[in-house]
Design a protein around this ligand. Sequence first.
Ligand code: NAP
Ligand code: ZN
Length: 354
Amino acid sequence: MTTTSSGPQAVSAYAAFDPTTPLRPHTIERRTPTLHDVNIDILYSGVCHSDIHQARSEWGPSLYPIVPGHEIVGRVTSVGAQVSKFKVGDLVGVGCMVDSCLHCAACTQGLEQYCEEGPTYTYNSRERTTGAPTYGGYSTAIVVREEFVVKVHESLDLKAVAPLLCAGITMYSPLRHWRIGQGHKVAIVGLGGLGHMGIKLAKAMGAEVSLFTTSAEKGQDAYRLGADNVIVSRDSEAMKASRNTFDYIISTVPTRHDLNPYLQTLKLNGELVIVGALDPVDIHGGLLISNRRSVAGSNIGGIAETQEMLDFCAEHNIVADIELINMQDINTAYERMLKSDVKYRFVIDMASLK
Ligand code: NAP
Ligand code: ZN
C-alpha cells in the first residue's frame, strides 16, 4: 500500500517485534524522497539466513521492530530531481546497503561494505541523516539514495534475480578478489542460498568446483548446478581422501563449526575464506604452518562490484534456483532454512502483501 509518492509513505511490511515471536504484519513509514532518492515498488524480496540471525538478535540486540530483507528487485515509481541514473519504470535492485560515508579510503575504492564509518545496512541499521531505523525488503516499497541502487537486466527471470543482490554478490566478491578461475580448485562449504550461487559463479569463472555438504541427498543437485565433485563432510573417509586438494575454500556455514577438517583439504598456500558464521573459531596452528595455509573473511561486495556481478550473471545467464513464497509463509520458510531444507533460496512474491 503506497499512499503518496511525494510525502512520507505508509507502507505494508512484515516485522519481527522481538527475538522469539514469529514475524507478523506491520506498517512502516518510508521517508519523504529527497532530490537524490529513488522510490521503488518492490516486486520480489529474497530470504537470506542473515534475516533469521538478525530477526532473532543472534548478532547482538537488533533494533525492533525489524523488517528484514536485503535482496530486493523492484520498479522505480518516482525519482528525485537530482537523480541521473534512473527513471520511472526502470527495473532496479537494492542489496545489503543503502548508504555509507562515500569519502573514506574504503568508499572511494568502491568498497562501501568496508566503510570506515560503517555502512548503513538496508535494515537493522540507522539512517545517517535522521538516525531513524532502516527497514528492509519484506515490504511493498522502499526509498533509497541513487548511489545504492543498481540496474537489473530485463532479460532474466526477475524473481530469481533477487537473491543475486546478497547471495550472489557475497560469493562473487571473494571469487574476484582472490582471482579464482581457470586452473584453480575451489570448494564451497554448504549448499544453501550462498553456496548454490558460489557453485554457479565459480564454474562460470572457469574453476574446478567441489561442494562440501552435510546433506548427502543434495549431491545430485550440486552436479546439476555445476559442481565437479561432492564431498559429504560427515564422511571421515571422504574427508581424508580430500586432503591437500584445494586452492581455495569458501565457507557459507551459518553457525559455529570446526574449521580444521576443511583446512586439512587445502594444499600449499591454500586459503579458506569465511563468509558464513561470525562466531569465534578455533584454528589448529599446525594446519596453517605446515602448508602455509591462511584463513580470511569477506563481507558482501561494493556497489560497483554488485553491478558488475549482475552484468556477469546476465551475460552468463545465471540466476538463483528459488522457491517463490507468499509473505505470509515467511515463518515456515525460516524453520525450513534452519533444517537446511531450502532449494536453494526462498523469494517472497511481494504481490502477496499488496
Ligand atoms: P542457508 O541458505 O541457510 O544455507 C546454509 C547451508 O549451510 C545449509 O543449507 C547447509 O548446507 C549448511 N549448514 C548449515 N548448518 C551447518 C552446520 N552446522 N555445519 C555444516 N554445514 C551447515 O544460508 P545462507 O543464506 O546461504 O547464508 C549462510 C551464512 O552466510 C549465514 O550465516 C549468513 O548470515 C551469512 N551471510 C554472510 C554474508 C557476508 O557478507 N559475509 C552475506 C550473506 C549471508 P548443506 O545441507 O549442504 O550442508
Ligand atoms: Zn544476505
